[in-house]
Design a protein around this ligand. Structure first.
Ligand code: GSH
Length: 208
């Protein structure tokens, strides 16, 4: 029995699935519907008490959560694929830096855009907060745009940070804004989406 990913299509579970596909791991994807709030039901809360996807069951049993940690765990367990570059190298440090940046600077803003009423009274206040969070995501993405060596984030080539950046680029910032302001990130996302093992995963999650 292989890995089991719990998550929805188009969600953070994409990054876990793309990483597992890239390392040619055996896995199954179990759908948890965000639309139906299944992440807040007891069955999923038993996997991740924070009610957030993805959750990953390891082949030997045991659940791991937190999308950034999952990228590191998958890289660590499949070292021949160098998902985080050469261990101990500067490239590896940079990959970790950008993964941590996205997990800490972008993902909390995504929750505000998706569920502003968790943070402000529903109505005008929540709508205004959502727009502010969207602005912060865009501003913070500009730092990634500046850092992209091309075609991938790191000059040394593809890494798990590219999977993560490509995923975040599909959320909340808007297609037109992205095209106008993040040409290097757009090219990075296209390159990730065209990798032979990731392409079918990308198509299922993002339909393009
Ligand atoms: N820190 C978590 C955040 C995950 C997260 O927010 N996932 C979203 C889907 S992309 C989610 O499950 N949202 C449901 C909710 O907040 O109720 C991680 O990196 O795994």
């Amino acid at each position: 029995m292989g890995y089991v990913i719990y998550g929805d299509l188009g969600s953070g579970a994409f990054s876990t699935e793309a990483a597992l596909a890239e390392v040619e791991a055996d896995y199954e994807f179990r759908l948890v519907s965000l639309k139906n709030n299944e992440q807040l039901e007891p069955a999923f809360l038993a996997l991740n008490p924070s009610g957030k996807m993805p959750a990953l069951q390891l082949p030997e049993g045991g659940i791991v959560t937190e999308s950034a940690a999952l990228l590191v765990v998958i890289a660590d367990r499949h070292p021949q694929h160098r998902l985080l570059g050469e261990p101990g190298s500067f490239a590896s440090a940079e990959a970790l830096r950008w993964i941590a940046y996205m997990a800490s600077e972008l993902y909390p803003m995504v929750e505000i855009v998706d569920y502003p009423e968790r943070f402000a009274p529903a109505g005008e206040a929540a709508d205004a907060l959502r727009e502010k969070a969207r602005e912060r995501i865009r501003a913070r993405f500009l730092a990634i745009e500046k850092a992209v060596a091309g075609p991938f984030l790191l000059a040394s080539g593809f890494s798990a940070a590219d999977i993560y950046a490509a995923m975040f680029s599909r959320w909340d910032i808007g297609r037109e804004w992205r095209a106008a302001n993040l040409p290097k990130v757009e090219a990075l996302a296209a390159a990730v989406s065209q990798r032979s093992r990731i392409a079918p995963v990308w198509a299922r999650h993002f339909k393009k």
